[in-house]
Design a protein around this ligand. Structure first.
Ligand code: MF3
Ligand code: CO
Ligand code: CO
Length: 287
C-alpha cells in the first residue's frame, strides 16, 4: 500500500499526496460505480511527456514536408525517402521501419487502400487521394499521425470523403474529456460518418501510444457515449478514423500481408493525431 509521503507511482519524484493521490481517489470511486479505469502504466509523467511532445514536433514537421513535396509523378518510395531522411536528420527514428517485419519508414495508402500501403515504385497521379502515416520515435518516445493529400484536382466525391473524414477526427478530438470515456469518441465519429452516408472501418482502431508504438487502450471509432475505459489525465492515445465511401469490410494484400483494401474497391480516407488527456481538456501532440 503506498503511503502519502512515499514517492508517487508515476515517477514524478513528488510525494504521492502532492501528486496522484486525488487522482487515485477518483479512479477508485469510478471503479466502484462499475467503470473500467486505466491501469497506472497508461498514465504518462512529465518526463515522458517532454519526449512525446518533442517526437510530436518532428512528426508534424515530417507531415508538413510531405505536404510541400508531394506531387503527381512522384513515387511512394520517394515519399518514404523524404520521411526517412528528415526523421534521421533530426535525431529521431521512423517507428515503422522493421516493426513486425514492416519494410519501410511510413505507410502510403492510395484511393481504395485503407491503411498500411507500403511505399514502392507506384507513381502518384492526378486525382489520387493518399494517406501518409508516420510514427516518430524520439528519445524512446513515440508520436503517431497521418494526413490525407490530394494529388492535383480530385473528383468531388473524393474531396468530400477526405474532408468529412477530417471532420470525423476533429469531432473525435472534441469528444475527449478528462474523466469521460473511450466510447464518447467513437459515438462522435460514427454520427458524422453515417450522416454523410459513409461507413466506419472497425477492423483497425486508434491506440495508446507514447512509451511504445501500440499501447492500451484500443480507441474504437464507433461506440456509445459513456461506455468503455475512463479517459484520465496523463493518457496519450491516437484517434485515427478510417472512413469508407462504400462497405466497411476489407481484405489484406495476400502478397505483402500488410496493405488493406476496401472490399468493394470504393475509396477510403484516414486522418490521425496523437492526443494527451489533460486536467481540463485535451492537448494535441501532433499537428
Ligand atoms: N502508424 C500506424 C498506426 O497508426 C501503424 C503502422 S504499422 C506499420 O497505428 F508497421 F505499418 F508501420
Ligand atoms: Co496509430
Ligand atoms: Co499511424
Amino acid at each position: 500500500m503506498i503511503q502519502r509521503n512515499d514517492p508517487c507511482w508515476c515517477g514524478s519524484g513528488k510525494k504521492y499526496k502532492k501528486c496522484h493521490e486525488n487522482f487515485d481517489r477518483k479512479l477508485t470511486a469510478l471503479k466502484l460505480r462499475g467503470k473500467q479505469v486505466p491501469p497506472h502504466r497508461l498514465i504518462k509523467n512529465e518526463e515522458d511527456l517532454k519526449w512525446i511532445r518533442e517526437a510530436g514536433k518532428i512528426n508534424t514537421a515530417v507531415l508538413d514536408l510531405v505536404g510541400e513535396k508531394i506531387h503527381a509523378g512522384m513515387t511512394t518510395d520517394e515519399i518514404d525517402q523524404l520521411v526517412y531522411n528528415y526523421t534521421i536528420e533530426h535525431g529521431a527514428t521512423p517507428a515503422p521501419l522493421g516493426y513486425e517485419g514492416y519494410p519501410k519508414s511510413c505507410c502510403t495508402s492510395i484511393n481504395d487502400q485503407i491503411c498500411h500501403g507500403i511505399p514502392d515504385d507506384t507513381v502518384l497521379k492526378e486525382g489520387d487521394i493518399v494517406n501518409v502515416d508516420c510514427t516518430t520515435i524520439y528519445h524512446g518516445h513515440y508520436a503517431d499521425a497521418s494526413r490525407m493529400y490530394c494529388i492535383g484536382e480530385v473528383a468531388s466525391n473524393a474531396k468530400k470523403l477526405v474532408d468529412v473524414t477530417k471532420e470525423c477526427l476533429e469531432a473525435g478530438i472534441a469528444a475527449v474529456q478528462p474523466w469521460g470515456n473511450v466510447g464518447d469518441i467513437g459515438a462522435a465519429i460514427q454520427t458524422i460518418a453515417h450522416d454523410n452516408g459513409y461507413s466506419v472501418v472497425t477492423d483497425f482502431c486508434g491506440h495508446g501510444v507514447g512509451n511504445g508504438f501500440h499501447e492500451d487502450p484500443y480507441i474504437h471509432h464507433v461506440g456509445r457515449k459513456g461506455t468503455g475505459m475512463v479517459l484520465a489525465p496523463g493518457m496519450v492515445f491516437t484517434i485515427e478514423p478510417m472512413i469508407n465511401e462504400g462497405v466497411p469490410s476489407l481484405f489484406i494484400d495476400a502478397d505483402n500481408d500488410w496493405t488493406s483494401y476496401t472490399d468493394d474497391g470504393k475509396l477510403s480516407a484516414q486522418w490521425e493525431k496523437t492526443l494527451l488527456v489533460t486536467e481540463d481538456g485535451v492537448e494535441i501532440i501532433t499537428g
